[in-house]
Ligand binder design. Structure first.
Ligand code: URA
Length: 452
């Protein structure tokens, strides 16, 4: 077997054998296959695709490329959650405490943000003192004691994914269904949970822009999880605008805390509660979706979920008092208010408008606005500013008038703020008629409806 022949075979659209896929994954992870050959292979996969069997073999080879986390020391059914990535998506910070407050152990290894999407670990580092790098045995102990721990990836989990993802990121081969499914599921299988709930984002801020592609990705991942013996379900949720009101690392921690105090923005709450309810069902803590949802509502309204969030933050060395009093969080020094007028003036065809509806949003551009302000990474080594971001006062479907406040941008650099303002204002589509559906949760994919 040699690398050239495997690249050629895929380039010609042929189906690869299991041992050829393992050869590519192991050879690249060990450094025997150079970047240029793996890049060519990934581009061939991007254009010619992989069938179901090939995608499953790729996932398994990547999951077996390093250690598998042993969560057997944690009592109960362990349920993991994963989002395919979005803008303002802080659901892990909301769902984790809800589940833990209801007796479901959550042992989560999370990632950092890349490109226009954010990452849970960066957000948590916005809490003074919070440690994201705790040793594995302390991680397990904490989950047994308080039901929740969220750490950065410490163990050598799916190293093949780490290397392949870094190469995909710079060779325009990220948004391919087989490669995304294998990347996510290899990490989830290596992370050791018994059940997996996937939040597959769809829309202008997601990797999958179209519902049918998101559905195919969801079905691919559910099939792989099921084959690996994990109870796996996927929820397709909207990413055509940011989730919630706040985007940026510290701003998102603040918003997650407000949600658990019962003051959450309705779309963010709908996604968080839906994911929580499916996780409760997967953990066999509820016998119907309705009773699972009741339990989730009660955990928030009683204050138990917020108490759990504080307990979790303290256990990892963070100052939980900040969650009680978000005004204590460090803020960026400069702000810029964006009004309806700024949005009208951003495009010649709306320059003389006085009122309109927000009917569309290039959400990737909103993510890029946050990145330009300093809140995101263009490469994995970029340093980020945890204090910057965006506060949204209007959402799709809202009417805006000339002097309405649409958003406030937070930054620490005047020039970046000017660039961000331009980018933000141009990201929206305005109309005189409101034609916005408002749907947030589109579909649920389970192993029972894979063939539909
Ligand atoms: N998230 C991942 O972990 N991998 C991908 O390929 C895309 C999103």
């Amino acid at each position: 077997m040699n690398t050239y022949d495997i690249i050629l075979k895929k380039r010609n659209g042929e189906v690869l054998e299991k041992d050829e896929i393992i050869y590519m994954v192991n050879g690249f992870t060990d450094g025997e296959i150079p970047d240029y050959q793996m890049a060519a292979f990934l581009m061939a996969v991007y254009f010619k695709g992989m069938n179901h069997e090939e995608t499953t073999e790729l996932t398994m080879a990547m999951a077996d490329s390093g250690d598998r986390l042993d969560l057997s020391g944690i009592k109960g059914i362990k349920v993991d959650k994963h989002s395919t990535g979005g803008v303002g998506d802080k659901t892990s910070l909301i769902v984790g405490p809800i589940l833990a407050s209801l007796g479901v152990p959550v042992a989560k290894m999370s990632g950092r943000g890349l490109g226009h999407t954010g990452g849970t670990i960066d957000k948590l580092e916005g809490i003074p003192g919070f440690q994201t790098g705790i040793p594995e045995k302390d991680f397990i102990k904490q989950v047994n004691e308080i039901g929740l721990a969220i750490v950065g990836q410490t163990a050598n989990l799916a190293p093949a994914d780490k290397k392949i993802y870094a190469l995909r990121d710079v060779t325009a081969t990220v948004d391919n269904i087989s490669l995304i499914a294998a990347s996510i599921m290899s990490k989830k299988l290596a992370a050791g949970a018994d059940a997996i709930v996937l939040d597959v984002k769809v829309g202008t801020g997601a990797f999958m822009k179209k519902l049918e592609d998101a559905r195919t990705l969801a079905k691919t991942m559910v099939a792989i999880g099921t084959l690996a013996g994990k109870d796996t379900i996927a929820v397709l949720t909207d990413m055509n605008e940011p989730l919630g009101n706040q985007i940026g690392n510290i701003l998102e921690v603040e918003e997650a805390a407000e949600c658990l105090k019962g003051h959450g923005e309705h779309r963010l709450m709908e996604v968080s509660k839906t994911l929580s309810a499916y996780m409760l069902l997967a953990a066999k803590k509820a016998d119907s979706y309705v009773s699972a949802m009741d339990m989730v509502e009660e955990s928030i309204s009683s204050g138990k979920a917020f108490e759990k969030m504080k307990e979790f933050v303290s256990a990892q060395g963070g100052e939980a008092a900040y969650l009680e009093e978000p005004s204590r969080f460090e803020k960026a020094k400069l702000t810029k208010t964006i009004t309806g007028r700024d949005l009208f003036l951003a495009k010649p065809e709306t320059a003389d408008w006085k009122r309109a509806y927000l009917t569309g949003c290039n959400n990737q551009e909103i993510g890029m606005t946050s990145l330009i302000l300093g809140g995101g990474r263009l490469t994995k080594d970029s340093k980020i500013d945890l204090t910057v971001g965006i506060y949204l006062y209007k959402h799709l479907g809202d009417e805006i008038q000339d002097d309405d406040k649409v958003a406030v941008l937070y930054g620490n650099d005047k020039e970046k703020l000017i660039e961000a303002e331009k980018r933000f204002a141009r990201a929206y589509t305005l109309s005189q008629e409101n034609h916005f559906s408002g749907q947030v949760v589109y579909e649920v994919i389970t192993k029972e409806n894979l063939d539909n």
